[in-house]
Design a protein. Structure first.
Length: 241
């Protein structure tokens, strides 16, 4: 339970890395698109497990589809899904180039890609990846770790360890400082957010602060959305907000 190397979060990141290597070996889809789709599959699986989309959401893009992986093998439906997610979240995360759209719409390899990614069982019979892990119970920092795993300039990019993030924000975002932030309608800005680890922790502190000032009630979806608007960042490499 205390091992950082054997935690569910760490083993899932390693499993995604191994899957990426297998997909490279099979040469399914062009490399940049293959890499992007794998990252987006993790993000959408996390979003789906956290009930960030409506129950019938995927059937809008492929009639009868109840889960993301039922849609992953359908090129036109997948393109429509990613376009809609980009419009909804507006962060340049799900954006596709015209060339990528055309490749996905006409590709005959998506079914193989979907089988590799969903992977029901390993050769040993053990459940793999999405069947083995509960995304609903994994910490949101997982998304940052996946981002770091596939960052383009991995030889020079440096990321702040989570323990240091907590230490720094513990100093600069005291309860009194958060009181002033709320009263003055201020925002928390990270102008070079990278994988967003500071923003995630800042948002957690905002939620905890709200609860402490409201008899420890559980915040409504409306409250959570308002708090989220107080946390903004810019990824200089991706040009995303």
């Amino acid at each position: 339970l205390l091992s950082s190397e054997r935690s569910a979060q760490k083993t899932l990141v390693n499993a995604v890395k191994e899957l990426h290597e297998k997909l490279n070996k099979e040469k399914i889809l062009p490399h940049p698109l293959r890499r992007k789709l794998l990252i987006l599959s993790v993000l959408i699986a996390y979003l789906e497990a956290r009930k960030g989309v409506e129950p019938d959401y995927f059937s809008r893009f492929l009639p009868g589809a109840k889960k993301f992986f039922e849609l992953l093998a359908d090129g036109p439906g997948l393109v429509a899904l990613l376009d809609e997610l980009e419009d909804r979240f507006n962060g340049h995360v799900f954006i596709l180039s015209d060339e990528e759209r055309q490749t996905l719409r006409s590709s005959t390899q998506l079914a193989r890609f979907a089988r590799f990614v969903e992977g029901k069982h390993e050769a040993s019979g053990q459940l793999t990846l999405w069947e083995r892990y509960s995304f609903a119970d994994l910490p949101v920092e997982l998304i940052s770790h996946i981002y770091q795993l596939f960052v383009k300039d991995s030889a020079t990019a440096v990321y702040t360890p989570h323990f240091l993030v907590r230490l720094i924000l513990g100093e600069v975002l005291s309860w009194e400082r958060l009181d002033r932030l709320q009263q003055n309608n201020e925002i928390i800005l990270d102008p070079a957010c990278g994988s967003g680890v500071f923003l995630v922790e800042a948002y957690k502190r905002l939620v905890l602060h709200w609860r402490s000032r409201n008899d420890w009630k559980r915040p409504s979806q409306t409250v959570l959305q308002k708090l989220l608007l107080r946390v903004q960042g810019v990824d200089l490499e991706q040009g995303a907000v």
